[in-house]
Every structure is written in C-alpha cells, then in structure tokens.
Ligand binder design. Structure first.
Ligand SMILES: [Mg+2]
Length: 304
C-alpha cells in the first residue's frame, strides 16, 4: 500500500502540553502513521511533524486530529509535503486582513449598525445568500454622506495582528498576493497598497450628489466570484492551483479555498472551520508562516 507524505503542524497559543502531544501520538499509532522527524518551529509552541500516512487512513486521521484540537487551544494543520511553499496567497479582507467589517463601520454612520451586523453574521455563517444579503445591507446605507466617507474609513481600519509581518515575508520571498473582498473597492485598494498586495477586487458602492444610493454597481464579488478570480490570477501568473493558498473567515471564502490547493480558515465561523482545509485560531496572522514551515528564526531573517 502506498503512503502519503504529509506535514502535520501543531500551533499552540502557548507551549503545547505533553499530554496533548501524547494524544497526537496515540492517534498516529492507531492509524499506523509514521512520524519520520519532528521540528520545533517556535520552541514547544509550534511543532512540525513530517509523516507517512497509509493512503486509506488520511480521512480518519484528519477527523481525529480535528476533534482533538477543538477547544484545546492548539490548532493542527494537516497538509501534503509537496507544494507546501505557495506562489500565490489570496486573502479575504474584512475580519481577515483587517479586524473590522467595513460595512458595519459605514452603517454606524446611520445608526443601522446592529441591523447590518446581524445580516453580516448570518451571511458569514452561510445562512443567507451572499448577493441578497449584500443588497439588503447596502440598502440600509442609503443617504449616508459619501464625499469623504472612504478617506475617513481608512483612518479607522485596524490591521490584524501579524498581517504586516506575514505579507512582508511573503513579498520578500516572491509570493504574489491578492485581496478578494465582499467589501468595497476603495478600501480593498488601500489595504492592498499598505500591505504590498498585487491585486485587489471588491464591490462598488454607488453614490449620487454626495450620498450613497443604497445600491452597488458592477459585478458582485461573492463566494463564486472569489473562486473565479483566484483561478484567473493564478492562470495569469502561470501558477498551478496546488501552489495557491486562500485565507478567510466567512462562508463566502469556502469556494475559493475549494479551488485552491490549500486554505486556512482564520478565526472563522464554526461552519467554515469544519469545511475548510485547515484552521488557525491564533492571536497572530503571522502564525501562517509556521504553516509554510518557516521557523521563528527564519522568519526573523526574512523580515529584515
Ligand atoms: Mg471576512
């Protein structure tokens, strides 16, 4: 029987307890997974196992490790050894590259924040069709003063902890990067500029006489569109889909994770964590660099 060469990365919020490691090794033993070598990428907080997995055991291994990690404070990322380093990273914007949902910042200006936030929550959980939910939320923004809106919002954005370091290392190692956002173009372009991303696609809010009309114009960047744009950007750069990683928190990020070789659900809704290729529930987006296999020391070098 053929074995699969995989890497399994354990990322803890703090040092990973010995009992947790013992539980991982019990699962390996049960499924005849052979750990060939183990590396500490950041002391005992981040452990990286190179393993051989019997081909029929992969699905059960993923389920067992997912269950073990749930609620433990340790994320477990399972990925093929091949193409671990990516050539293209595609990011969601709201609640991924930045901490906020931009549409809620806009809604706060008309005191409709709670209504908009409630619809956003349901949409990101996959309970509502994205296009319908966007139309419903944007309609609530009608009449908001638009002339200086985006310039003011830029000053309010909070970049996610670790995102600047992550993008700097990716950029320094020649990785192409894009933001594909269900939010709005002026801010996606601004975020792309600040982080050195190569592409930005998002939705467009219509305005008239200095006020938002409550409508969008142009094609909607929804989940399917994100998947389509990911494939287009990869093709333009002659990058295989196995060399692409998609990162996001919402249900509308699952289609792009599905077409990419790999995906990371970042502090995502439970349904997204279950369906994504991997999940990271940490305090820093910089931890993505461990998923790529860079040790803390290597990261420091690459940040110079
Ligand atoms: Mg998001």
């Amino acid at each position: 029987m053929t074995n699969l060469s995989y890497v399994i990365t354990l990322i803890g919020k703090s040092d990973i307890p010995a009992e947790f490691i013992a539980s991982v090794q019990e699962i390996f033993a049960k499924l005849s997974v052979v750990s060939q070598f183990e590396i500490q990428l950041d002391g005992s907080r981040v452990l990286d196992y190179s393993v051989e997995i019997p081909i029929g055991a992969l699905a059960e291994l993923k389920i067992d490790l997912f269950d073990l990690s749930t609620g433990s404070g340790v994320d477990i990322i399972v990925q093929p050894t091949e193409n671990r380093l990516k050539k293209l990273f595609i990011f969601d914007m709201d609640s991924t590259l930045i901490e906020q949902e931009v549409i809620e910042l806009i809604a706060a200006r008309a005191n409709v924040e709670a209504q908009v936030a409630e619809i956003t929550e349901r949409a990101m959980n996959g309970e509502l069709d994205f296009n319908a939910s966007l139309a419903e939320r944007v309609a609530l923004l009608k009449g908001i003063e638009s002339t200086s809106l985006f310039d003011e919002l830029k000053t309010q954005l909070v970049f996610t902890n670790g995102v600047k370091e992550l993008c700097k290392v990716l950029g320094n190692t020649g990785v192409k990067m894009a933001v594909l956002s269900g939010g709005f173009t002026p801010l996606a372009k601004y975020v792309a500029g600040e982080l050195g991303l190569d592409y930005a696609h998002a939705n467009n809010l219509e305005d008239e006489d200095g006020k938002l009309t409550g409508k969008t114009y142009g094609e909607i960047v929804n989940g399917d569109k994100k998947a389509e744009l990911l494939q287009r950007i990869a093709a333009e750069n002659n990058i295989e889909l196995d060399q692409v990683c998609a990162v996001g928190d919402g249900a509308n990020d699952l289609p792009m994770m599905g077409v990419a070789g790999f995906g990371i659900a970042w502090n995502a809704k439970p349904v997204v964590q279950e369906k994504a290729p991997s999940r990271l529930n940490s305090g820093s987006l910089r931890d993505v660099l461990y998923i790529l296999g860079y040790s803390k020391g290597e990261q420091e070098e690459l940040l110079k």
